[in-house]
Design a protein. Structure first.
Length: 181
């Protein structure tokens, strides 16, 4: 199965309300979606965490992989990150993340071609259920959403997330505050 083409597309994912963290307010994320298409028309999907990976994938790595065997992941790594596999001296993390997105798409292709879930290709399931929790923080106001700025509002928001999504974090009710004497 040969690779026909590779396309990397930056996207923007906006949060319903920006959350506060050490660098200020974060209002969304800008990952890159990678599509690796085979000559048979199968498409594997991958994701890179930074929009800078799109140019590396589209302008450099895709050209090295078109026409290659889609199942030869080690060979793909060798032509995309030759120094990484040899002496592990590459320090371009964006290029490493870009290849990681391609590798993810190549694994997705294997699963689709062999009609198997990816976890099976990677050695089998370790567990059937995975606990879910939400990341939460103080949030600013968003489009139609009032953010949380007090501990009580954060607690209410956590209870709402638990009721709406069934998060596994231990949330039972709004905490009570005691006044110091």
């Amino acid at each position: 199965m040969k690779i026909r083409g590779i396309k990397a597309t930056p996207i923007n994912l906006r949060l319903e309300a920006p959350y506060a963290w050490v660098f200020g307010e974060l209002d969304g994320f800008s990952p890159v979606i990678v599509e690796v298409e085979t000559e048979e028309g199968l498409v594997g999907l991958g994701e890179a965490p930074t929009p800078a990976a799109a140019a590396i994938i589209n302008d450099v790595l895709a050209q090295r992989l078109v026409g290659r065997d889609a199942f030869d992941i080690a060979g793909a790594e060798h032509v995309c990150l030759p120094f990484w596999t040899g002496v592990q001296s590459i320090n371009d993390r964006t290029r490493i993340m870009a290849f990681g997105a391609i590798e993810m798409a190549l694994w997705d292709l294997r699963g689709k071609a062999w009609n198997q879930p990816l976890y099976q290709l990677l050695g089998g399931a370790v567990r059937k259920d995975i606990p879910f929790t939400d990341y939460f923080s103080l949030r600013g106001d968003g489009d139609g959403v009032k953010g949380e700025t007090t501990p009580e509002e954060v607690a209410d928001y956590c209870v709402e997330l638990h009721e709406r999504h069934g998060t596994s974090s231990k949330v039972s009710s709004r905490p009570t505050t005691q006044k110091s004497r």
